[in-house]
Design a protein around this ligand. Structure first.
Ligand code: MRU
Length: 400
């Protein structure tokens, strides 16, 4: 089977609508994948904020580009400032707001800060307000291009660590969808695959939101890279049977000593890899390194809605030629989201989303009133990380 790397999806880009001339940030709605690759057009800072909070846009490097673009989008479409001073005050506010959309990935505040600092520098250097606004748009567009270049460099730096015939394991989605383009951990896998060294990829499903099952598998299959989905709890047994040669993951924040926050479940994989003497690589741009935090105990960990664990959300699309289902669905959702009440206070909620007969269904699977702890990330200590691969090279974590 020959590779089709041209099928790797592009995640986020800036464009101006040819019909009304309004600028927008366009992104693949990752909540609808793999069924639909809808492109969302955000025309306001609040639109991007919602996309980030609902995980339509996700993954640390993609969040960095998204945050910078949100600041520029505010400047283009929402600012009514007539003076540079007023504009900069608005830019500061916009950067602060978007930087708070999610807490763990440091790239979010990094991207917002880059846009803010760039805007201030333009004015300090004597640019007019109009020129500074234009320059800011060009700057954030360039950030998306730079992100791709960075990821390709991560791929080039990481690929030599992958032995020919490797079976590798990855968690969550550190692919093109988690970046502007190409991916970090998957960037290394794509590059190594181009060099003919990847025999097989194990993709962990990544409960509770299934980024591995929905996104990573979709990306890898598009690129025609041999892969198989496993439940998170199967990782130990594939390692025990000697079927994993390396583990590659992304990162949301890397502390000064190398401790790394990434999608919850990463720590368990690192402990397993250590036990079975399998190299464990963290692949991330240097913008994910936060030297202001001495170690992982200081990383703010996002806590998410208990409903993610109390049940399952599945996106579906009813085919228009299924008349019985479409009529029933029309009736059920005529007044918006519909909660079907079941025995023992259980529920199933269906909600139209994404147009036509696209919907989200949430099915409760736990007893009502179950106490839930649902952190989105965990921290892997530096001592469990074989190397951190960035665009500048391969680094042994300081705390190792
Ligand atoms: O909650 P998510 O989907 O944003 O979490 C994403 C991850 O943990 C990724 O591994 C990380 O951001 C790297 S993406 C290249």
């Amino acid at each position: 089977m020959s590779l089709e790397l041209s099928q790797i999806p592009r995640t986020i880009w800036w464009d101006v609508d040819a019909t009304d001339g309004i600028a927008g940030v366009y992104l693949i709605d990752q909540t609808r994948l793999p069924l639909r690759g809808d492109v969302l057009c955000c025309r306001s800072l609040a639109g991007i904020e919602t996309a980030i909070q609902t995980l339509a846009l996700r993954g640390a490097p993609a969040l960095g580009v998204g945050a910078a673009m949100a600041v520029a989008l505010w400047s283009e479409n929402e600012s009514v400032a007539t003076s540079a001073k007023e504009w900069l005050a608005g830019i500061d506010e916009a950067a602060k707001l978007i930087g708070q959309a999610r807490p763990t990935a440091v790239n979010l505040t990094w991207g917002a800060k880059r846009a803010r600092v760039f805007a201030h520098t333009q004015i300090e250097q004597g640019a007019t307000l109009t020129a500074a606004k234009e320059a800011l748009v060009a700057f954030v567009k360039q950030m998306a291009k730079d992100d791709e270049e960075t990821n390709r460099a991560i791929g080039a730096n990481g690929a030599p660590l992958i032995m020919p015939g490797s079976r590798v394991l990855t968690h969550c989605n550190a692919g093109s969808l988690g970046t502007a383009y190409f991916g970090t951990a998957l960037g290394v896998i794509y590059t190594a695959a181009e060099q003919g060294k990847i025999e097989h990829v194990w993709a962990c499903e990544t409960r509770p939101l299934n980024q591995g099952a929905r996104l990573t598998v979709w990306e890898l299959m598009r690129a025609k890279i041999p892969c198989a989905l496993i439940s998170d709890s199967t990782a130990a047994s594939v390692m025990a049977q000697g079927w994993v040669d390396a583990v590659l993951v992304g990162a949301d924040r890397i502390c000064a000593n190398g401790d790394t926050a990434n999608k919850v479940g990463t720590l368990a994989l690192a402990l397993l890899a250590h036990h079975y003497a399998i190299p464990f690589y963290v692949c991330a741009p240097s913008s994910t390194i936060d030297r202001s935090l001495a170690d992982g105990s200081e990383v703010p960990i996002e806590q998410r809605d208990h409903r993610e664990l109390a049940g399952f959300t599945a996106s579906g699309i009813i085919t228009p030629d299924d008349a019985v289902s479409t009529q029933a669905f029309d009736l059920l959702t005529a007044e918006g989201a519909r909660a079907l009440a079941f025995k023992e206070e259980h529920q199933m909620v269906i909600e139209r989303k994404g147009g036509a007969y696209s919907f989200d269904g949430w099915f409760q699977s736990t007893p009502s009133q179950t106490q839930i702890y649902n952190p989105a990330f965990d921290v892997t200590p530096a001592r469990l990380i074989t190397a951190i691969i960035t665009e500048t090279g391969t680094h042994k974590p300081a705390g190792r």
